[in-house]
Design a protein around this ligand. Structure first.
Ligand SMILES: Cc1cc2nc3c(=O)[nH]c(=O)nc-3n(C[C@H](O)[C@H](O)[C@H](O)COP(=O)(O)OP(=O)(O)OC[C@H]3O[C@@H](n4cnc5c(N)ncnc54)[C@H](O)[C@@H]3O)c2cc1C
Length: 475
């Protein structure tokens, strides 16, 4: 038995359940609050914990992909939710697809049957004084507790919807078609790459956007009047085209102040590309949030000059999401700077997706557990790459005091992709496939060292050698 005080968790979704079970397994008592079924979110349909609100896929298990790697790391750490997902697996090719009802029932039963967890079916409306307090209230956090949280962290530190622009791989672009320049800066220099479009190219692009097939709003979530009002402030590019044929050319594709040094003129329209990382291995299409279907985005964006071979690391979207400005509000132990002892986790901390949310829950539990890791996971690992995106200052190699130099780029939630991993220090022969293999191999090695030397609590999680015995498709 432990003498530690109980940890209070608000939210019994994927991340809240992961924190609760992981802590309880290490002897820490937990009180878990879940507002459903008394209060609905609009998206959840049952009273079960950890309900998947949309797709029933937890993405790839291919060990050569970032998602496969993330699952491997979670498995080594002993993630109870991931283990249940594998137990509820149904055929789904290379993805971890689950029987959604069995999966959420398994989580509910595991929590209800755990003598170390007290489950309270109540809504929590404020940041209660109890510490430690975990906030795992997810993308559809109830508005009443959100208001209280805003009072503590500042109104500009939390967003209510997520406008994601596509991110593309640098080496899939034809940069000879682009020019470097910052708006009103010296042509040929600057942080942005600009994709110039002639009027004809612009008109063709707009007409494809107009005709492109769109994702309908999630019923009960994004069709609510207050959310529709919020979306008014951040329109998808295809909706801007609907307002008028030149709206984009005066909006996100405006060319003003951008002289193409090759022609000495200002193009009719531009797409601006902003680097996602210091190495310039991935670029964001600035202001290109969209609700087009993924297949349509791939087809239409390939029409842009220099984009015919483009590969996407992330596609665009626009949806309801409650998330924190993680780099500004988080300490390196994942707690809130302005509220010591309060730990936001899961999707609200700034990750996207089921598995990423489980991963955040697991890390939070590790930091709150009886033997917290002595260091953060390396940025070269899947969990470390996610953490570095949330807390870049904690991963800076240079002395502290640099936080003020962070570029004022708004924080955008992310799912795990290759662009979040640091580049390899040396050139790798054999092209992209070999480079990625080397990145995954590096991650595996670094994770194993970190886990053994800095993090593995006694008696928890299988050793890498043992993992095959669980029957999980890992390398
Ligand atoms: C409409 C929609 C569709 C999505 N589709 C996908 C998809 O296809 N694939 C994918 O990977 N991800 C998808 N996501 C994201 C996915 O839902 C999240 O990544 C994941 O569920 C996050 O886990 P979480 O624990 O942070 O939050 P959740 O799983 O949402 O859990 C949060 C829990 O907190 C409870 N709660 C909220 N406020 C309070 C309160 N004040 N008091 C008590 N309890 C509270 C909620 O009832 C809920 O049970 C979607 C999200 C939405 C909103």
């Amino acid at each position: 038995m432990t003498t530690r005080q109980p940890v209070t968790i608000v939210g019994g979704g994927l991340s809240g359940v992961e924190v609760a079970l992981t802590l309880s397994q290490s002897g820490v008592p937990v009180v878990l609050y879940e507002m459903r079924p008394r209060t609905e979110t609009g998206a959840h349909k049952t009273a079960d914990l950890g309900e998947l609100v949309c797709s029933n896929s937890l993405k790839s298990v291919d060990p050569e992909t970032p998602h496969g790697l993330l699952k491997e790391e979670l498995q080594i750490m002993g993630s109870p939710v991931l283990l249940m997902a594998f137990e509820c697996r149904i055929p789904g090719g290379g993805a971890l697809v689950v029987d959604r009802l069995r999966f959420s029932r398994a989580m509910t039963r595991a929590v209800e049957d755990d003598p170390g967890i007290t489950l309270v079916r109540e809504r929590v409306d404020r940041i209660v004084e109890t510490r430690p307090l975990v906030l795992a209230t997810g993308p559809l956090t109830h508005p009443v507790i959100t208001e209280d949280l805003l009072r503590h962290i500042g109104s500009d530190r939390l967003s209510f919807y997520d406008a994601i622009s596509p991110v593309v791989e640098a080496d899939s672009l034809d940069f000879s078609r682009f020019f470097r320049a910052d708006r009103y800066g010296t042509p040929g220099e600057g942080d942005y790459w600009n994709v110039p479009l002639t009027e004809e190219e612009y008109r063709t692009f707009c007409s494809e956007l107009l005709g492109g097939e769109r994702v309908p709003p999630h019923e009960g979530v994004e069709d609510r009047p207050e959310v529709l009002r919020a979306f008014e402030a951040c329109q998808p590019i295809e909706s801007l085209v609907e307002k008028g044929p030149d709206t984009l050319a005066f909006g996100p594709m405006r060319p003003v102040g951008l002289i193409n040094p090759k022609t000495g003129t200002i193009p009719f329209a531009v797409v601006q590309l902003r680097a996602e990382d210091a190495d310039g291995s991935a670029y964001n299409l600035v202001g290109f949030q969209t609700k087009l279907r993924y297949s349509e985005q791939e087809r239409i964006f390939r029409l842009l000059p220099g984009f015919s071979e483009v590969r996407f690391l992330r596609l665009g979207s626009l949806h309801r999401n409650t998330f924190l400005d993680a780099p500004a509000v988080l300490r390196s132990d994942l707690s809130l700077r302005s509220l010591p002892g309060v730990y936001p986790t899961g999707q609200m901390v700034g990750v996207e997706g089921y598995t990423e949310s489980v991963a955040m829950g697991h890390l939070t539990a590790l930091f709150l557990g009886p033997r917290p890791p002595s260091s953060l996971p390396p940025e070269t690992t899947a969990v470390g790459a996610l953490l570095r995106a949330l807390m870049p200052d904690a991963y800076r190699k240079t002395p502290s005091g640099e936080s003020g130099e962070r570029k004022a780029v708004p924080f955008c939630p992310m799912n795990l992709h290759f662009g979040l991993f640091p580049s390899l220090p040396n050139r790798v022969r054999g092209g992209k496939r070999e480079r990625r293999r080397a990145m995954i191999a590096r991650a595996r090695k670094d994770f194993e060292i970190w886990w053994k030397e800095s993090a593995k609590p006694e008696g928890r999680g299988p050793d890498p050698e043992e993992k095959k015995s669980l029957g999980i498709a890992m390398a």
